[in-house]
Design a protein around this ligand. Structure first.
Ligand code: PMP
Length: 450
């Protein structure tokens, strides 16, 4: 048999259309997007004027006119170890040249290697297995199905102010109305109060929130539950870290009601909190199911559900197939991500540089009354803006203006939280101490101009 077909011979002879066919003219980019993107894909645009990115390197981005930015958002925490990371680029390029896809109907070693390497990052005294998919929401849906299949219970609990994704299943367990559509979502979902130490309904503390969880189980479910979903640091909810003691107490209650403890590490995983690989680890608990996505592939589409082996066995006899699940190119990127995090000490880096960035926000809070709270863990931090420190009324319009100003001063950040009054700072894990002076100046200038 020949090794090349006519098609690839024709393309190799003239690669020009494949490398030069992109129109980078600003108006044309905007127009084409307006004309051809569905409203659902167009609508989420945070800046007043379009921000177009042409290139990224490590923690820096350049727009189409050549302006440079310090990235403090990592494409919504996807680009975990930085743009154009040479290890990821090499791994992806190598794999793409071998085979670009191989479904799990057939066998390929790369995803299996990745599964092995990933499970080695989990607590040793359990046997862990992995199901790969393509996105966070898809992984959340699967975790939900798995919990219900394994326990044969239906009721699921989630936290107020949580975000777990946009599919029907993930929306159903998302506790912010902005992210839920006015349609019939899944049944059997109950929400419980969020132990938010700044804004929570019981104020600071843990026990009142655990008491609420008891009440939710008692009054809102049959008493037998499938599980509870928790982000140890809420992301879209506005960087809300769980207080120490909550996760452990919640796990006890969930397990007593027959449920599984499911941790969503989509934003807070892969060393971002600067302490461990997983943000649940500081709470001294071992979940039953862990949902991963975003930073796992440094931007390549990838999600994963990591579960205790005996739990995942519940689906051994049922068909569940993601055509793109375990794509070898994405899994090659994932392998490179793990290796770079370890090789370059990026968890320590997240802790150290994160502390320095948080310090900048704290200094700013001393100068500007509009900052009601500064919080974070590692490279996942936030400043929450309020009109009044007593009432904590969200300063929504001010946040919107501040957000535009951060762009003007060279930062790409995000506004998040249920009220969109939280400045969220989540740079790639490779951000350096040398970036701090620029970061500080940009934050200072933005607040001063506000
Ligand atoms: N869980 C969390 C905590 C998230 O932040 C997100 C995405 N922002 C998701 C799940 C869903 O991931 P995806 O957008 O890849 O579906």
């Amino acid at each position: 048999m020949p090794t090349h077909t006519k098609v690839s011979r024709i393309i190799r002879e003239d690669m020009t259309p494949y490398t030069l066919s992109t129109d980078w003219e600003t108006d044309a980019i905007v127009e084409r997007r307006e004309r051809y993107y569905a409203a659902s894909q167009r609508a989420f645009v945070p800046y007043n004027t379009p921000l177009i990115f042409k290139r990224g390197q490590d923690q820096y981005l350049w727009d189409e006119k050549g302006n440079q930015y310090l990235d403090c958002l990592s494409q919504n925490l996807c680009v975990s170890i930085g743009y154009n990371n040479p290890a990821v680029t090499a791994a992806v390029q190598f794999q793409a040249e071998q085979i670009q896809h191989c479904t799990t109907m057939f066998f390929h070693p790369v995803p299996a290697h990745f599964a092995e390497e990933l499970t080695r990052k989990f607590p040793e005294d359990e046997q862990w297995v992995v199901h790969f998919m393509n996105s966070g929401a898809e992984a959340i849906d699967f975790a939900l199905l798995l919990a219900r299949s394994h326990t044969r219970n239906n009721d699921v609990i989630s936290l107020n102010n949580s975000y777990h994704g946009a599919t029907f299943g993930a929306q159903s367990i998302t506790g912010i109305s902005n992210f839920r559509h006015n349609v019939s979502l899944l049944n059997g979902i109950q929400f419980t109060s969020n132990p938010d130490q700044y804004r929570g309904i019981h104020g600071p503390g843990v026990q009142p929130y655990l008491d609420d969880l008891d009440r939710t189980i008692y009054h809102g479910t049959s008493g037998q539950i499938a599980g509870m979903f928790i982000e140890p640091v809420q992301g879209y909810g506005g960087i809300v870290p769980l207080p120490d003691g909550y996760l452990c107490g919640a796990f006890e209650r969930i397990r007593a009601a027959g449920g599984l403890c499911i941790v969503d590490e989509v934003q807070a995983g892969f060393g971002r909190t600067g302490e461990h690989y997983w943000s649940f680890a500081r709470h001294d608990v071992v979940p039953d199911i862990v949902v991963l996505a975003k930073g796992i592939g440094n931007g390549y589409p990838l999600g994963a559900v990591v579960a205790k082996r005996h739990i995942a066995e519940a689906m051994a006899d049922k068909f569940y197939f993601n055509t793109y699940g375990a794509n070898p190119v994405s899994c090659s990127a994932g392998r490179a991500v793990l290796r770079v995090i370890d090789q370059c000490g990026l968890i320590d880096n997240a802790r150290q540089v994160g502390a320095a960035m948080l310090n900048v926000l704290k200094k700013m809070a001393l100068k500007h009354d509009i900052i009601g709270d500064v919080r974070g863990r590692g490279l996942m931090m936030a400043a929450e803006l309020v009109k009044d420190k007593q009432t904590k009324e969200p300063a929504v319009e001010e946040m919107h203006r501040l957000f535009q100003l951060t762009r003007k001063h060279g930062l790409v950040a995000s506004k998040s939280g249920a009220h969109k009054n939280v400045l969220r700072i989540c740079p790639p894990l490779c951000v350096q101490m040398e970036d701090i002076p620029f970061f500080e100046q940009a934050i200072e200038n933005s607040f001063a101009e506000l």
